[in-house]
Design a protein around this ligand. Structure first.
Ligand code: UD1
Ligand code: CA
Length: 453
């Protein structure tokens, strides 16, 4: 028997007060729906259907890479109506796993248990106990403990609202029975919606026993309905990631003040200070220290590197033993060799620096190739843009660039050259030569400094 998967993602998420469909709000930098898809797609399955609707094509446009069939629900008339949109495409002999796109932390393991449980009676339902069940559908059981219905909170009596066992929204149902039940749903309830949850009572009326699976983690089945839920879930998720990293040999100054919005691969003995944000894919070697308030995205950092506080690194490759910051900005397509020093208020863009080179203060290097053992003085600027095009600056090995130098690209400075402080370099500089451009200093002997009155 094959497994088809339906993910419901058409709702607006009115309680988010947002123009963006709820499932596109991000958790750890990734849309909620992408988290659900990741867990679901890990199962052995046939096809995945995602039901979308609110916000037009925003959801499929944002998640074009997913291997799914997009099914449009023009009007969002309820979760049962949403399943109905996809059900007619699903082979009748399949089991159907239904997931809600706003429950991002669901795990592959739990879903697999739910799929396995469906082999008992053809209908399995994931439930959990919550101390604060507000907003969830309640699980109603009979005297022998069998599930007989799911009642939405808005339709529940006081007594039913006191039930702590809730519907997570995840279920596995045989496709042909599911089709019959969703076809016959009605919307006579407080919200005038076609509730998927009503199929539970329909199945029970046909003497089908619902096989419950109990989720042990209330967080994995948490639905995101408000921005507060989103923030709480984000903090939970980040804390789990932080402990996972510590377990793999990273010291975090404060696990509550660390954020990874992507994938972080780590070596041993890395130390990360507070308020560090990691985005995209970042790979760290061994013995790295990252100071407070750093932002690092899509970057590979080799061993023994020190990143000092308030540094941003985006899409770069950092060699062994480098020291970067404080207050440095490394922009995309930058590569640093070994033992390179980048100091405060230095911006690098699309620039390579060879081993042992230094740019210690207040500089901008863009579209530059710098050799090894070269020193770039304070305030050096590559003038790489003529208003229309970008041009390259090439600097060789053992070059000494004095302070406050303008390098008007395209220009080349050969090995062992020296550039005097204050020079505006407009012509290539030959090996071993000194280039200097300076207006002559004058002395005005009778000058009087203005006095304040
Ligand atoms: C739903 C369940 C509730 C359960 C809770 C768990 C129903 C009727 N209620 O309530 O029992 O405890 O989830 O989180 O199913 N959606 C559509 N089309 C629609 C309506 C919703 O695709 O017409 C999608 C939403 O985008 C969302 C999911 O279905 O991803 C759940 O909808 P939501 O409105 O959040 O349902 P809840 O009120 O949370
Ligand atoms: Ca919900």
């Amino acid at each position: 028997m094959g497994l088809s998967i339906v993910i419901l993602a058409a709702g607006q998420g009115a309680r988010m007060y947002s123009d963006k469909p709820k499932v596109l709000h991000t958790l750890a930098g990734k849309p909620l729906l992408a988290h659900v898809y990741q867990a679901a797609s890990a199962l052995t399955h046939r096809d995945i259907y995602i039901v979308y609707g609110f916000g037009g094509e925003q959801v499929p446009d944002a998640l074009q890479d997913l291997q799914v069939n997009w099914v449009k629900q023009e009007e969002q008339l309820g979760t049962g109506h949403a399943v109905w949109q996809a059900i007619h495409d699903i082979p009748a002999a399949d089991n159907v796993l239904i997931l809600y796109g706003d429950v991002p932390l669901i795990t592959e393991d739990t879903l697999q248990k739910l799929v396995d449980a469906a082999s008992v009676s053809g209908f399995s339902l994931l439930t959990t106990y919550l101390e604060e069940p507000h907003g969830y559908g309640r699980i109603v059981r009979d005297d022998s403990g069998n599930i007989i219905a799911v009642v939405e909170e808005k339709d529940a009596t006081e007594a039913l609202r006191r039930i702590g066992e809730v519907n997570t929204g995840f279920m596995v149902v045989g496709a042909s029975a599911l089709r019959g039940w969703v076809d016959s749903l009605e919307n006579e309830n407080k919200q005038n919606e076609y509730y998927l949850t009503d199929i539970v009572a329909k199945a029970v009326a046909e003497k089908i026993i619902i096989t419950p699976v109990l989720s042990e983690s209330s967080m994995e089945v948490r639905g995101i309905n408000t921005r507060s839920h989103l923030a709480e879930t984000e903090r939970y998720f980040q804390l789990v990631q932080a402990h996972h990293l510590m377990h793999h040999g990273v010291s975090l100054a404060d696990p509550a003040r660390f954020d990874c919005r992507g994938e972080l691969e780590v070596g041993r003995d890395n130390e990360i200070d507070i308020n560090v944000v990691i985005e995209g894919r970042v790979k760290l070697g061994n013995n790295i220290t990252i100071g407070a308030n750093c932002y690092i995205k899509d970057t590979i950092i080799a061993d023994n590197v020190r990143v000092l506080p308030n540094t941003m690194i985006d899409n770069a490759i950092i060699g062994n033993g480098c020291r970067i910051g404080p207050y440095a900005r490394i922009r995309p397509e930058t590569t640093l060799g070994e033992d390179v020093h980048i100091g405060n208020f230095v911006e690098l863009k699309k620039t390579n620096l060879g081993n042992d080179s230094k740019v210690n203060h207040l500089s901008y290097l863009g579209d530059a190739h710098v050799g090894s053992n070269t020193n770039i003085g304070a305030g050096t600027i590559t003038c790489n843009y003529d208003g229309a095009r970008k041009h390259q600056t090439i600097i060789g090995d053992n070059v000494f660039v004095g302070s406050d130098v303008k390098l008007v690209a395209p220009v080349k400075i050969n090995n062992d050259a020296t550039i005097a402080a204050g020079t505006t370099v407009t012509k290539d500089v030959a090996e071993n030569k000194l280039a200097i451009s300076r207006s002559e200093q004058k002395t005005i002997s009778d000058w009087k400094r203005p006095k304040k009155t």
